[in-house]
Ligand binder design. Sequence first.
Ligand SMILES: *Cc1c(COP(=O)(O)O)cnc(C)c1O
Length: 395
Amino acid sequence: MLKLTHKASGRHFLQIPGPTNVPDRVLRAMDNPTIDHRGPEFQTIGRKVLADIRRVFQTEGPVVIYGASGTGAWEAALVNTLSPGDAVLMYETGHFAALWKKMSQRLGLVPEFLPGDWRQGIDAQLIAARLSEDKQHKIKAVCIVHNETSTGVTADVAAVRGAIDGARHPALLMVDTISSLASIDYRHGEWGVDVTVAGSQKGLMLPPGLSFNALSEKAIAASRSAKLTKAYWAWDEILEANKNGFWPYTPPTNLIYGLSAACDMLLEEGLANVFARHQRFAEATRRAVRAWGLEIFCANPAAFSSSLTAVLLPEGHDADKYRKVVLDHFDMSLGTGLAKLAGKVFRIGHLGDFNDLTLMGTLAGVEMGLSLAGIPHNKGGVAAAMDYLVGHTAS
Ligand SMILES: *Cc1c(COP(=O)(O)O)cnc(C)c1O
């Protein structure tokens, strides 16, 4: 039996922005016999899950489900639609945007990275201007991250769609929603996104191991002539098998059971309620951070994330040492600062299976940790968050 290092009694607080806490209902659903993935029982589940997941992406079109991390679905989006040497326009919103760009280079694409300071989010005007210059339509895709998990800054996807349309440019729009799907309002269909990339271990409340591509008609058409090498990721055979509720190979059966339960939970609560719940927790968190006298890393209030809040520590204080104090004393994991933010920020994940007291436990751990780590701050962050929650009760 694998021994996890839970030294403390009580429950571990997994408050990183993914993987998130997996609800008991999802765990119980996965704790079922692994069955014949080509038999009738699995077919029923496959059909149900493939229908339900479209509702979560808010699309009528197909959603491809992979046994893979989110990174696999990034690759799938690119290799299915593009050809060697194609130019892709990407936007430097943070660490994850940079990783996706690096992947595109490794695949033989030619990314152009619109520079960003990581704190403001995406300026859709810059995308519009760049596309307007591209008279020969060399740029084949615009790739953006909806919720930059390294910074807690979101992008206005509809505005980026508007920028592409305004420039009358045929580029595909691809959006990484790995840390926003099922936490922040996202509409694959209405916003005219061609490929949406998502993963299981964040807002979908599952363990890591599944990832997704939601597709438009235009993306499927592009996949018929795209020349990058693809085999495991190729949509055509998967879409064909999915028509009957199956996969061309063995899908991760028990994760699919979990996905079925997670979709039930989200659709029973109602997506609008799910998004409102995340907004409310994010606002309470920001009030706590301000009351502590600390700085929210996202500098653009229109781009605040409902999934996570990145908090800057004062100069001279190491965020990773602080996180260690919190882990050692309170058995709570907070997110680390990534790349150029290492040691400078910590990230509070407030997405997924979450209620008022989960949030209050989290914020109490953060505030007690600030005291124990000797980080200059004001008391009263927890109280400010409680006041907000009480004044804005969930219906
Ligand atoms: C977590 C995350 C990824 C990477 O997903 P993996 O499952 O770790 O491969 C990519 N993009 C964003 C925005 C993420 O939050």
